[in-house]
Design a binder for this molecule. Structure first.
Ligand SMILES: Nc1nc2c(c(=O)[nH]1)N[C@@H](CN(C=O)c1ccc(C(=O)N[C@@H](CCC(=O)O)C(=O)O)cc1)CN2
Length: 295
């Protein structure tokens, strides 16, 4: 019987597991605080940011909610980041992606204080992750690791295939899977739009992480029996009945082939949010010197 890995349930467990540490930090005079900066009018981004704030409120993390006009000059965003970097009450800074075309994303990410970079996208933090000494693991791949662990999926010795090579998911995911650490030690192949014979690579995989951003591109006939399938894609598509969210995996055809599979929605998305809280608590703990146990 195929296991459906419930991301909402695993994320709730992470949030519950953070509360004691947040209470300890707050009692010691440091309430963890996440600042989000939104500079686009995309309804999906607005939803994600408001969900992040709601999650923070549930566990006792304070928030700052900054919205900038998408047409404002890039300097306004840089100034905002500088102010948040200098604010001792802010422990985590998240600039919601995507940014408007006139803003250089790399320049923004370089500007965030690496100790407050709870997305883990600053070059210093990317370098630390690659070197096996991560400060903040990027939230989506970290969430995938937690989902695999919750489903008792052994990565050590497994053949893992990551489909997608983005800086946010594909590259850090592959790096985590090859680390000499829990949730790593997998033999990892990264596939992308120029990969020859993707199907052969997928059929040879024990674990498939789909993060290509192409709706339902991976179908059941491309998979071997008993593959673990983690679907990172979150694509809004139009249907006769309106619009719906689908993953990069065609869930209905993949489910009977898979040993375990994540749904969309309710799979990786909630974990991305939960691991953002995790990183914010880690940042507050490091800044205050108060050690807390992280779930
Ligand atoms: N600064 C960042 N920007 C973006 C990131 C990121 O990690 N950091 N990732 C993505 C989007 N993302 C986070 O912001 C994100 C996507 C989806 C969800 C989520 O909870 N999805 C739900 C469905 C929500 C809905 O109903 O629309 C689910 O899958 O169940 C959370 C976060 C791009 N930008």
């Amino acid at each position: 019987m195929t296991e459906i890995i419930d991301g909402n349930e695993v994320a709730q467990g992470i949030r519950d597991g953070l509360v004691a540490g947040i209470d300890d930090l707050t009692a010691a005079g440091t309430t963890p605080c996440l600042a989000t900066v939104l500079m686009n009018n995309d309804p999906a981004s607005q939803t994600y940011v408001s969900m992040k704030h709601k999650d923070c409120e549930e566990v006792g993390i304070a928030t700052r909610d900054i919205e900038l006009d998408p047409e404002a000059p890039a300097a306004e965003l840089f100034d905002t980041v500088d102010e948040l970097n200098a604010d001792p009450e802010v422990h985590g800074i998240l600039v919601q992606m995507p940014l408007p075309d006139h803003v250089d994303e790399r320049e923004v990410l370089r500007r965030i204080d690496p100790a407050k970079d709870v997305d883990g996208f600053h070059p210093e933090n990317v370098g630390r992750l690659v070197a096996g000494n991560a400060r903040f693991k990027p939230c989506t791949p970290h969430g995938v690791q937690k989902l695999l662990a919750a489903a008792d999926v052994e990565t050590e010795g497994a053949d893992a295939v990551v489909v997608g090579r983005s800086n946010i998911v594909g590259k850090p995911m592959a790096n985590l899977l090859i680390q000499k650490a829990d949730g790593g030690n997998a033999t990892t192949t990264v596939c992308h739009s120029r990969t020859d014979d993707l199907e052969a690579k997928l059929r040879a995989a024990d674990i498939v992480i789909a993060a290509a951003g192409v709706p339902e591109m991976i179908t059941g006939d491309m998979l071997s029996a008993d593959t673990v399938v983690i679907d990172v894609g979150i694509n809004r598509v139009e249907t006769d009945e309106g619009s719906e969210l689908v993953g990069d995996v065609d869930f209905e055809s993949a489910k009977p082939k898979a040993k375990a599979i994540t749904p969309v929605p309710g799979g990786v998305g909630p974990m991305t949010r939960a691991m953002l809280l995790w990183n914010t608590v880690k940042a507050a703990s490091a800044e205050s010197g108060v050690d807390v146990r992280l779930p």
